[in-house]
Design a protein around this ligand. Structure first.
Ligand code: PLP
Length: 437
């Protein structure tokens, strides 16, 4: 038995399901991966097998694993005792850097995870507007708290009519009634958005969206939908929230709002902001952010908020993202990888499609037309994805599996053009073993 499977057998005796997070099980393998060490764009499992990592901690390690700038910043804080639950000078410094980097941020707050960031951001939007309903977009993912755990992986036969998508719960255990606070709309349908604002405008606190919908691979908003979201929220006194937990720093220093040229009222930032350490941020206009306690009456607190290790790591990481040439490198790797993958799929006569922006991308099997929303993405061939992920891992490329669904994959800045070439060679071999569905 390999050490990986042995470890899984052991962990299952004590860890529920053998994992610390339910999506950590890689269904393509039938077990989670157990990595022993990581460096740059590579990871090694407990059996010593090496992989080029195309998960990159679900996007958290945008610089690559074990980046020396991040590690040195962390070590400096550890040497000072890493006292948490207090402020130090790094919090203010990092907040200043974020406000200089992210267009909508005049003030920010640190919190622990993307889930916490969207939870607090929505509470703030409700406190600020005095309203409770939230417009949510079908399929968009905003973390694991009960306010937004609806319509995130709805089975194809439960979607309901596109003009009024089902508020399908993403988990058991969510109190009945919470769905009533959500008004669900399809992505990229301006007509439906306009109707919803006409009907519900006076009771809407916010519209929350993934400005680049990476949780279905990589789907961009149409220019019309993007400007309608900005215009309608403004006209009806609701806040526009960009959930940039995944998109922040991915394709531009200021994230999707910088890239798309639309500034929301509030945003959430996660994953890459901590340089591989647990940190998230929410921020926006001062006039809104001042409603947070202790200035205002909206609560946001937490023992581990702004943990000094994560703040030091994040400050070092964001400083690195702002270095000249960083995004040119990301763009050039992306172009090489996305074109190479598309070419390999065609060569192996496997119908499929790659859509990517910046350092993350979606890989869709069985789809050749542009994927524009959740309903398109859900048609992708899950079995083929599982087959592909297993083959890729067998050939030394680590893809995380999201139950076979079309989800996001990505690379890190530690990669070189030669590494991308190696990924493509390995995937070429892997695809030889896959059959079209
Ligand atoms: C857009 C978006 N929002 C929120 C979250 C939740 O973040 P976390 O897993 O850090 O709680 C994620 C996680 O993938 C995400 O992609």
């Amino acid at each position: 038995m390999s050490r990986v499977t042995e470890q899984y057998e052991f962990s299952r005796q004590f860890l529920a399901g053998g994992v610390s997070a339910s999506t950590r099980l890689n269904r393509a393998l039938g077990h989670p991966m157990f990595f022993d060490r990581a460096a740059g764009c590579r990871v090694w499992d407990l059996d010593g097998r090496e992989y080029i990592d195309l998960c990159c901690s679900h996007g958290a390690t945008l610089l690559g694993h074990g980046d020396s700038r991040v590690r040195e910043a962390v070590e400096r804080v550890l040497a000072r005792g890493a006292a948490c639950s207090y402020e130090n000078e790094l919090h203010g410094q990092f907040a200043e850097l974020l406000c200089q980097t992210i267009p909508c941020c005049e003030r920010v707050r640190f919190t622990g995870s993307g889930t916490e960031a969207t939870m607090h951001c929505l509470r703030l939007a409700r406190a600020y507007t005095g309203r409770s309903k939230i417009v949510k977009i079908e399929g968009h993912f905003h973390g694991y708290h009960d306010q937004v755990m609806f319509s995130i992986g709805t089975p194809a036969d439960q979607l309901a009519d596109e003009t009024s998508p089902a508020r399908f719960p993403g988990s058991a255990g969510i109190a009945p009634g919470l769905a009533e606070n959500l008004v669900m709309v399809p992505y990229n349908r301006v007509d439906v958005l306009e109707r919803v604002f006409q009907e519900h405008g006076h009771e809407l606190a916010a519209l929350i969206c993934e400005p680049v919908y990476y949780n279905a691979g990589c789907v961009l908003p149409t220019p019309e939908f993007l400007s309608a979201m900005r215009r309608l929220t403004r006209e009806h006194g609701a806040l526009l929230i960009f959930d940039e937990v995944l998109s922040a720093f991915r394709m531009a220093p200021g994230g999707a709002q910088d890239y798309l040229g639309v500034t929301p009222d509030l945003c959430t930032i996660g994953k890459a902001v901590g340089g591989g350490y647990p940190l998230s941020v929410f921020g926006g206009r001062h006039e809104i952010m001042r409603h947070l306690m202790p200035e205002g009456n909206c609560q946001h607190s937490g023992t581990y908020n702004g943990h000094p290790v994560s703040v030091a790591a994040g400050l070092a990481a964001v400083t690195a993202y702002r270095q000249p040439g960083f995004y040119e490198h990301i763009r050039s790797l992306g172009e090489q990888l996305f074109a190479g993958l598309t070419e390999i799929l065609a060569r192996h006569q496997i119908p499929g499609r790659v859509q990517g922006l910046g350092a993350r991308f979606g890989l869709y099997f069985g789809l050749t037309e542009e994927v524009r929303n959740y309903r398109d993405a859900v048609k992708h061939q899950r079995q083929q994805m599982l087959q592909f992920v297993a083959a890729a891992i067998q050939h030394g490329v680590y893809f995380h599996d999201y139950g076979g669904a079309a989800c996001h994959h990505g690379f890190c800045a530690a990669m070189t053009a030669a590494d991308v070439g190696e990924v493509l060679n390995r995937l070429d071999e892997a695809l030889r073993t896959c059959r079209p569905a």
